[in-house]
Design a protein around this ligand. Structure first.
Ligand code: FDA
Length: 307
């Protein structure tokens, strides 16, 4: 109930104005967001690299309302990739991109988002790293998978995200479990109707395990993105059952969540990548993190009342 209210609020301009106007919100946001600019994001990558962790960088932004804003986000990613290369960090850091930030929802937006993503992929190729397309709500999936297909013709290393909460995802996993494919498997962070998505956690979890099995049995590079110990154990089990080694799959978590587990995995020789969001447009991302965990709401409320 609380979670669905927060997810609705994550898309409400009125709630956005109210939440971002509260002075202490910023302090709470810092727990989940590395900083407002590229320098902060690069510093976070450097700190993770020193601990044996990998990174994927997300320039926060979504639901872009005009082409100029989409071009500005594209240019920021291109500049960021140049910096990663210049600072010797492209071996441990890639970028994650939301196509809605690149104009996907505008009229004619699929082509626009594809062109912008293509420019980002060119910069990633020059830097020697990769790009993964984030997955947004279910209405965008067919468009995102079409763009993925086109991008992969020129950049066969482009990856994407699939969400186990959706009924369609097991089939999408089968379609994308081929050699060279990179799939980041998540549970899904958006409020989705029962017509397209499992509504209960046990069903989402069971679907996650079935998807893991398909991806680990296939020929691609599975990225197990979850903080849930059960899913991580299932990922390890499926990887070993299918004879995978530490270099042909990886685990991923979000910045600021379960850092102890991130380090433990890296120390045990697993590849653990941390998803680092940065930038000023943190509202939607922050609200989805609150929705995932009531304890985060309590943390926020305590900060509000100064305790
Ligand atoms: P679950 O929510 O069941 O949590 C299991 C446990 O993890 C909790 O009990 C708690 O201990 C811990 N935990 C989880 N969330 C927490 C939080 N916010 N704060 C503190 N502790 C928390 N989604 C999407 O729809 N599209 C996308 O493109 C992506 N991309 C993405 C990339 C990466 C690298 C990750 C890790 C996640 C995403 N997600 C996403 C988000 C994903 O769909 C999902 O909402 C979150 O990962 C939470 O689900 P868990 O699998 O962690 O399990």
């Amino acid at each position: 109930m609380l979670s669905s209210v927060l997810l609705k609020a994550s898309r409400s301009p009125l709630a956005r104005r109210a939440v971002t106007a509260i002075p202490v919100t910023r302090k709470v946001v810092d727990r989940f967001v590395a900083g407002e600019n590229q320098a902060a994001a690069i510093a976070a990558v450097r700190a993770l690299k020193a601990q044996g962790l990998y990174a994927t960088l997300d320039h926060l932004g979504e639901d872009t309302t005009d082409a100029a804003q989409a071009a500005a986000i594209r240019d920021s990613y291109v500049a960021l990739l140049g910096r990663l290369s210049a600072e010797g960090l492209a071996d441990v850091a890639e970028v994650s991109v939301k196509l809605s930030a690149l104009g996907q929802a505008l009229p004619g937006g699929e082509q626009l988002a594809q062109d912008n993503a293509h420019a980002i992929c060119e910069a990633a190729a020059a830097a020697g790293t990769t790009v993964t397309l984030d997955m947004e709500d279910h209405t965008t999936i067919d468009s995102t998978l079409r763009i993925l297909k086109v991008l992969r013709e020129d950049f066969p290393w482009v990856g994407t995200v699939l969400q186990s909460m959706l009924h369609r995802t097991e089939q999408d996993c089968r379609d994308l479990a081929y050699p060279g494919s990179r799939v980041r498997l998540v549970k899904g962070a958006y409020a989705e109707p029962a017509s397209v998505a499992h509504q209960d956690k046990p069903e989402v979890d069971a679907a996650y395990e079935r998807c893991l099995e398909i991806l680990m049995a296939g020929g691609g590079y599975p990225m197990v993105a979850s903080h849930d110990s059960r899913m991580i154990r299932a990922g390890r089990g499926a990887a070993s059952a299918h004879g995978r080694t530490a270099s042909d799959h990886e685990f991923q978590m979000l910045y600021g969540i379960r850092q102890d587990e991130q380090l433990k995995a890296a120390r045990a020789g697993e590849r653990m990548r941390v998803y680092i969001p940065f930038g000023t447009d943190w509202y939607g991302y922050f609200m989805r993190r609150l929705a995932e965990r009531p304890a985060n709401v309590a943390f926020f409320l305590r900060a509000l009342v100064g305790r």
